[in-house]
Design a protein around this ligand. Structure first.
Ligand SMILES: [Zn+2]
Ligand SMILES: [Zn+2]
Length: 387
């Protein structure tokens, strides 16, 4: 089953949808326009059921196959939200919303799943039920978590879930996947270091939180190098260092550090959290300061199920001729919440030699649409073959 001819016919239309979404990016759960268009199109395709307002602005469409004797129900998921980035592509369909941009290609994901929905509703060449899941707030807001908590799996009887993300650097329309841990857990931390401020020329009368915090930043580097098994993955990045000082001659009283921890293994995650807290509090204490640490776990590790990954790779190979082994990715993906609820697989589709995701010059490659749509259709038709 190579790229389906129907998607070659639908390509101009799907491209038009994609570019319309691109012109009107919406952030987090505020995907009202996008969700409205998705629901309207799903209804116009003749879906058996279209439900809005799941996980706030999430939309679900249900398509029953020509037969449903198998009792199988498969969820296919796309994300709809954009990013707070000022677009710099110069495209004639660039963002019309100041400071918002589809810089992660979710415009393409939404359009491709809509294209697949139209085809699946037309053909219904499967024995079972397809549940189309359009989620808001993938970019840090946990829209997938909200939909799962809103009863997504139980309400629609979903047994397996599949997801797809475009991937710059992978040739357009090619696929890559890996079983097991794939995307990282994304923890965040705030550290507040308190000293005693005063005159910049009288450090002996102060307790300088800047020097203490500098030692904390350096100390945190030893978690990866000295505490975690070298063959396992961990990232500890301090991404913000702000003192309350704003002058050349004042030692400030306080410093606020922020950062992120990325891991692929629960043991490594626990150990990193514990070491981070210890290094912050005891280093601060050694320097005469106090530190309070606020450590939050956000997205969990995204783990692809073995059997569904092998199946997803087979479908990809039937569409594109081959499916590559994907690397481990230390970025996060809230499809993790869906994969924690049900077995399934998440695949990458090539976006070609473009700027990376989250870059102001990034753009989704419309030439990936036929392959992406064909993979979605193949997942439904080959996982629930009509006898
Ligand atoms: Zn993103
Ligand atoms: Zn994304």
């Amino acid at each position: 089953m190579p790229v389906k001819n129907r998607f070659a016919e639908l390509l101009p239309r799907i491209t038009e949808w994609r570019r319309d979404f691109h012109m009107h990016p919406e952030l987090q759960f505020d995907t009202h326009r996008t969700s409205g268009i998705v629901a309207e199109k799903l209804t116009s395709f003749g879906c058996d059921d279209v439900v809005t307002g799941i996980g706030r602005t999430g939309v679900v469409g249900v398509i029953k196959g020509r037969k449903t004797d198998s009792g199988k129900v498969i969820g296919l998921r796309a994300d709809m939200d954009a990013l707070p980035i000022i677009e710099d592509t110069g495209l004639d369909y660039a963002s019309t919303a100041p400071g918002k941009m589809h810089a992660c290609g979710h415009d393409g994901h939404t359009a491709m799943l809509l294209g697949a929905a139209q085809y699946l509703a037309e053909t219904r060449n499967f024995d079972g039920t397809v549940v189309l899941i359009f989620q808001p707030a993938e970019e840090g807001g946990g829209g997938g978590r909200e939909m799962v908590n809103d009863g997504l799996m139980e309400r629609f009887g979903i047994q397996e879930v599949y997801g797809m993300h475009n991937w710059p650097g992978l040739p357009t329309g090619q696929f890559a996947i890996r079983p097991g841990a794939f995307f990282a857990a994304t923890d965040i931390f705030d550290v507040f270091v308190e000293g005693r401020g005063g005159h910049g020329a009288k450090p002996h009368e102060c307790v300088d939180p800047i020097v203490a915090t500098s030692q904390i930043v350096t100390g945190l580097q030893s978690i990866a190098s000295r505490n975690i098994d070298p063959v396992k993955q961990v990232v500890v990045s301090v991404t913000s260092f702000q003192s309350e000082g704003d002058a050349y001659n004042v030692i400030p009283p306080r410093v606020h550090l922020r950062g992120t921890v990325r891991t692929l293994d629960p043991g490594v995650q626990d150990k990193t959290e514990e070491r981070l807290k210890t290094i912050c509090t005891l280093t601060a204490q050694a320097m005469g300061c106090t530190a309070t640490v606020d450590y939050k776990r956000n997205y969990p590790v995204m783990v692809n199920s073995e059997a569904q990954t092998a199946f997803a790779a087979d479908v990809a190979a039937s569409v594109a001729g081959a499916c590559e082994d994907a690397p481990l990715i230390m970025g996060g993906e809230d499809f993790a919440f869906l994969l924690n609820a049900r077995p399934g697989a998440y695949i990458l589709v090539g976006n070609g030699d473009t700027a990376g995701v989250h870059h102001p010059k990034y753009n989704f490659d419309d030439d990936a649409i036929p392959a992406g749509c064909s993979w979605w259709a193949g997942v439904a038709e080959q996982r629930m073959p009509i006898g």
